[in-house]
Design a protein around this ligand. Sequence first.
Ligand SMILES: C[S@@+](CC[C@H](N)C(=O)[O-])C[C@H]1O[C@@H](n2cnc3c(N)ncnc32)[C@H](O)[C@@H]1O
Length: 309
Amino acid sequence: MVKWLEISVRTPVEGVERVSEILLEIGTGGVAIEDPAVILEYAARTQPEEWGVPEPAADGLPLVKGYLPLEEGLVRRVAELVESLDLLALSPAPEVSTREVMDEDWSNSWKAYYKPVQVGRRLVVKPSWEEYHARGWELVIEIDPGMAFGCGTHATTSLCLGLLEKYIRPGMTVYDIGTGSGILAVAAALLGAGQVTAVDIDPVACRTAGENIERNGVADRVGVVQGDLMNLLGAGADLIVANIIASVITGLAPQAAGALAPGGIFVASGIIRERAEEVVAAFTGAGLTVEEQLAEGPWVALAGKKQEL
Ligand SMILES: C[S@@+](CC[C@H](N)C(=O)[O-])C[C@H]1O[C@@H](n2cnc3c(N)ncnc32)[C@H](O)[C@@H]1O
């Protein structure tokens, strides 16, 4: 059983994105963002008695978590993290804590806060271990996020699900960049996409995505590719979705625009509010017209359209 170092950084909201980037830079592969405000909001919308909602932290600040395998170079990487956090000059300063966890602890810690949730008009995201009786019009996405990001309750994911519901048309060719648990790729297929490519840089995410794709019976339409988004976009995409972070989305916009067919849509999420303008500028610069800008808490998602022929 693999052992991991769980690194938790408590940060003011405006630091969430930079802290996430720093965790990715030191090699965590993915990050989980626990925002007390978001957890409580979801709990209120669903069935609070079932959630075992934690008391919000006394300071109410979000927690960003990443995981590194216990192996050589770990001490140096954590030292790098602490130095980079100092440079952010946030107030209050981010606080770092660490603990060793086993694979199992990590996967299981999600489960307490994870119940079926309805997103948009038709989609329901259901953890694989929960019962749910779907009503006739509902499309149920069954997910076990394991160690990958994307159980559907995070605002950055649910904003994407809402936009997929709006923009997916039958038969579309779709790319899901940074697929995590595979949740958006599965949603795209259930909404009628003809061919979906799910890409992630993290091998653990790719494995989890593959399992979730199988679990939802959409493996005939969804393929998983491990690699960096920059090299993997094909041409003639009808819709590209990427829930990563603002700086990555900004870099991806020109390539996404190049890969989209005329009239194609780029759905981008994971954008912290303070950086939304910068991403809008990158969309416009790449020739994408912003059709929609949605916000939930500190998070913004955009849908940009490439000009029709
Ligand atoms: C915030 S999660 C999104 C997961 C899921 N799509 C969702 O919406 O819930 C971002 C994912 O992007 C992946 N990622 C980060 N940088 C990447 C890159 N350069 N290329 C491909 N995937 C990347 C991470 O490994 C992580 O699984």
